[in-house]
Design a protein around this ligand. Structure first.
Ligand SMILES: [Zn+2]
Length: 299
């Protein structure tokens, strides 16, 4: 599944929108004219835009521009950039047809935007102010799941219902006592909560009371700890997010329950394996890795 998702990321990064009536295409964020999205080409103008999610149709209709800038009219460099932008758009003609995505390598190279958005809903928005979760110690597809959790782009029941999918019920498939949203699944559900407690015991720190996955990463960012310790923490957290998701899917799709003890052993094994096989600088002293992980990982 993660591989499919990765392929989709690559596809989306190389595709371009074919503009019809401009109503389904983001003026600034989609790649619909020229060699890149307009927010990338004209970042200052984008910063001055009043509604950053406006569509092409909102700003450009019947060959006339309908600008909405923050505050007063543009001056100086910004005014010059606006003129360049208007030149870029002078040959654009909108039509009455619906906007489509054009994907060069796909067998049927056009899809409607709404269809594609639904398929690629996890990609709709890119992270803006998210903590740094990238690490060479962690396999990419594992990081990508964590990234999707941070963006609330994992298909838990409440998210699917928000997308208009008709759900039979919204209850968590593990405990059946709360609505299944991202926070519940990854933090509050008793299975997940027990794993987080085990991790804090392993790390020898009191269990912090987190409300969100974002909160956990922000807490690490602010910790006055060594970079090595933070890296081990980040690696463990991302392994745990993946483990919780796998367990949840195992229960739903394979009717497979797993005990906390077993899951925690699996988590520790995975973190150990990632560090040993992917970190060139550090080695793990197994004699006390399971009691004092931060001391057992050395250059
Ligand atoms: Zn639950």
């Amino acid at each position: 599944m993660a591989d499919v998702w990765l392929r989709m990321v690559l596809t989306v990064l190389t595709q371009i929108t074919k503009c019809g009536d401009g109503k389904d295409t983001s003026f600034w964020k989609d790649h619909w004219v020229g060699e890149m999205p307009l927010m990338t080409k004209y970042p200052r103008l984008f910063a001055a835009e009043e509604e950053e999610d406006c569509s092409v149709a909102d700003r450009f209709q019947h060959q006339r521009f309908n600008w909405k800038w923050r505050g007063e009219n543009l001056r100086g460099r910004l005014e010059e950039q606006k003129i360049c932008l208007e030149e870029d758009l002078q040959n654009i003609r909108l039509t009455a047809a619906k906007d489509k995505w054009h994907i060069p390598d796909a067998p049927n190279s056009e899809f409607t935007v709404s269809w594609f958005r639904q398929m690629a809903w996890s990609l709709e928005s890119f992270p803006t102010q998210l903590p740094d979760i990238w690490s060479s110690w962690i396999p990419k597809r594992k990081i990508i799941l964590a990234w999707r959790v941070l963006r609330r782009r994992v298909p838990v029941k409440s998210t699917l219902a928000d997308m208009g999918v008709d759900m039979h019920d919204l209850l968590c498939p593990l405990c059946s006592s709360h609505v299944e949203d991202v926070e519940h699944t990854f933090i509050k559900c008793s299975w997940a909560e027990s794993l987080w407690t085990r991790i804090s015991q392993w790390w020898n720190i009191p269990t912090p009371n987190f409300e969100s996955i974002l909160g956990i990463f922000e807490w690490i960012d602010k910790c006055r700890e060594t970079e090595l310790k933070k890296e081990i923490m980040k690696t463990t957290i991302i392994a745990n997010i993946n483990l919780i998701w796998d367990h949840r899917n195992g229960v739903i799709f394979d009717k497979k329950e797993s005990s906390i003890d077993l899951a925690f052993v699996r988590l520790q094994d995975e973190v150990t394996f990632w560090i040993e096989s992917r970190s060139f600088k550090y080695r793990i002293d197994k004699s006390f890795w399971f009691s004092s992980p931060f001391k057992a990982c050395k250059m």
